[in-house]
Design a protein around this ligand. Sequence first.
Ligand code: FAD
Length: 645
Amino acid sequence: MVESKYTPTTQAIISSLTKHDPAVSEALKNVLFNDNPSKVAKWHALFADPLFYPKQNMSLDEMRAIAYKRLKKVADAKLFSIYDFINDPKNLLTAHEMLSLCDGALATKFTVQFNLFGGTLIALHTDRHKEFMSKVDSLAHMGCFCFTELGYGNNAVEMETTAIYDEAKKEFVINSPTTLSQKYWITNGACHANYAIVFAQTLVKGKNEGVNSFIVPIRDEQMKPCTGVTIEDMGWKMGLNGIDNGKLKFSHVRVPRTAMLNKFNDVTESGEFKSDIKKNSQRFFKVADRLLSGRLCISAMCISGTKMNLLIAIRYSQQRLSVGASGLSDTPIMAYQLQQNALLPLLARTIVLNLGYNSAKDLFANPKGRENEVVRVCCAVKGLVSWNYEKVSTVCRERCGGGGYTAHARIHEGIQGSHSGMTAEGDNRVLMQKIVKDILSDLQKELHRQPQMTRCPERQLPKQESVGDLESLMNLVYYREVAEIKSITEVLQKKIMEESKKFYDVWMHEISDDIQSLALAFSERYALENALSIAAKVTDLKAKEVLAKAIRLHCLLLVRENLGWYLANGVISPKAGLALEGEYQQAVKDIVPHVNDIIEGFNIPKIPQLAPPIIRDYIKFNEQSDPDNVEAAGGFFDFTKGPKL
Ligand SMILES: Cc1cc2nc3c(=O)[nH]c(=O)nc-3n(C[C@H](O)[C@H](O)[C@H](O)COP(=O)(O)OP(=O)(O)OC[C@H]3O[C@@H](n4cnc5c(N)ncnc54)[C@H](O)[C@@H]3O)c2cc1C
């Protein structure tokens, strides 16, 4: 008998790393993807075109050209139309999920063309814009979204660009009067857009009627800037350089009165401003409506990118060998506890956030009866999913060593992409403030739905010797929100009502961290509540068990990370706190035999050329020297057979 070179423990772990139940993966695919499954195959077929294969070593011009060519190919495939906002809203988010698997720059150009530009047209048009809109899907009208100004990012409502109505000529005059009022960071602006939707303070008969949006031609048929439009290229950025970001200035650019997107606000020929919306601030939120769906588009891009990076790191770790019991390099690094503890809690958390995002996708498609929740849910999901993408990408990069540091490993795309996601359309921290403002306003109207706890945080939970069961953990996650709401309302009452302090001063200078904590507590509750509700409906028993294990591990991670808070507030006994560590460690081990079921359940296209060489035959790939020669790496690593020894 040949003696195994592994210890029995290592041998058992290595064997469990090759386990796979395709039926469980199939069931998980249907749970994790919240749309018509038949759409996926069409996207995967599109990505088989070599145009979509990742390429390194490109100049700025080449990166932008390829991002545009890919966008055109996507547009020509007609897998998404701006009219889907009306007919099939989920398709918008599905498209973002799919595109992000390929190229973050492509996905960002897509989101601007189809959500910000096309979506704004859909939301704010009237009959007079219908013909213009019909040329968006084909990219004949390639657009950009001129919202942010150099001086006004998160505080865009104060933008300086003006649209002054000239009654005599029945035209608006668009003008950015100062350096700070130039439109900044404008995606598609530097190279490819021929039209912009420009947001501007609207002055009619000398009165500022608030921010409205206008269709403005910015380039002529030869793609030269139109008269009065100055376009500057923002050049290299920290990543996603296929996106052509530009700075745009408008110097007394004239557009017809009908260029105003006038669904809610309008100016008559004789110069009367008409609107049913009284306050300028409310008009702003109406015309900036697409920023809301934009947050879910970013979440869609981030959740897919996260799954891609987990796939890359785990598959590489399953074939990358390092020290074994004998000292030889014969043991896959995925067998190490350190690797499992780094990657698997994040894998579990990603499943929960995926399910939370899926619920937001449903809410986006049908908000009826829950309209008041939409803003806070979009902000919550965007925050959690983009922060998780950043964390997952950094950890995956580290845990793959140099293998994860090469450009062709593609993990870095997640670090850059997540930072773009966190920044764009309002920094996550500002969105967290929005969540709390929303909750406070709904509390006053008795509309905020508090989480349903099943155990008392004063009489039951503190008496338990263990809180490692799913029900206790769920209660602990939910209680955080309840407690944070109580604490913040008491503080606001004391400081504003009793000490007569100004709301702004308290909000911006005294309770910033409390606001962030409450927003996170709400966000975590939302994700968990929906993950539990989706998992409860799963009929495949094995898939249900995998989900239950993943959700429990995610909860253990959350409670472990906030153990100080739970102990300090007396919600967990010291004994239960001590027991938690062992329960967490065991929960990680319990996930190991299901890793392949989960990763395959992500349904990432089975196109080897899209995948980095480190999850194919990276040794064969390194027998040659061209980092773009994707064919050299051959097919996928066969995780059911284990590493080549
Ligand atoms: C890749 C990319 C593409 C983009 N494409 C477009 C586009 O096509 N069109 C467009 O209009 N814009 C675009 N943007 C711009 C983006 O929307 C802005 O960067 C974003 O809104 C943040 O504005 P800012 O960068 O000016 O940050 P700032 O407003 O300067 O904020 C800086 C930091 O200050 C803090 N801060 C600001 N306000 C508050 C507050 N009230 N409370 C607490 N903290 C606060 C936040 O932490 C924030 O991170 C793009 C950005 C990127 C990165």
